[in-house]
Design a protein around this ligand. Structure first.
Ligand SMILES: [Mg+2]
Length: 156
């Protein structure tokens, strides 16, 4: 496990790491916003505190394969201030899939770079093997999820 004081750059994912977009209403969860008329976007338990804590550790960039307006709204609802928000248009397109690359957005991954992402496989293998990785279990809207609280206890 990395030490927070050794980290100088962070890439933070949104979907399934901090939020979940559901096509049906899930009343037991914390609704952040409705995207269009069909998608309910929920806060993962502890996500607001988690995002704030992450930003205290080092300069933080959101990096998501989602659309820009969706990501911007999610960050606003999560009430934190990343240095920038990289979205689908900042991803590499490989067939039908979107891949993330720090290099592609003008950054170099070192062992002091922390990637927080439930899906490490969307990153380049080279960057994932170089960075410090925090891969919280993929959140699919389970109301009793406590993963971010567990992770936070290691970030103090
Ligand atoms: Mg994700």
């Amino acid at each position: 496990m990395f030490k927070p004081e050794s980290i100088d750059l962070i890439f933070l994912d949104l979907d399934h790491t901090l939020i979940f977009g559901s096509y049906k209403e899930l009343p037991e969860l914390n609704l952040m916003f409705k995207y269009g008329s069909w998608l309910w976007v929920y806060e993962r338990p502890g996500a607001i505190d988690f995002a704030r804590r992450v930003c205290q550790i080092a300069p933080t960039f959101v990096y998501t394969t989602a659309m820009k307006d969706y990501a911007t709204q999610a960050v606003s609802e999560l009430a934190f201030k990343p240095q920038n928000i990289f979205t689908r248009e900042n991803c590499l397109r490989v067939g039908d899939a979107y891949r993330k690359s720090a290099k592609h957005v003008g950054h170099k991954v070192t062992c002091s770079t922390l990637i927080v992402d439930d899906s490490p496989e969307v990153w380049s293998v080279e960057e994932i093997e170089t960075c410090s990785l925090l891969a919280p279990k993929r959140w699919m809207g389970e109301y009793d999820d406590s993963v971010l609280y567990e992770v936070m206890s290691h970030l103090r």
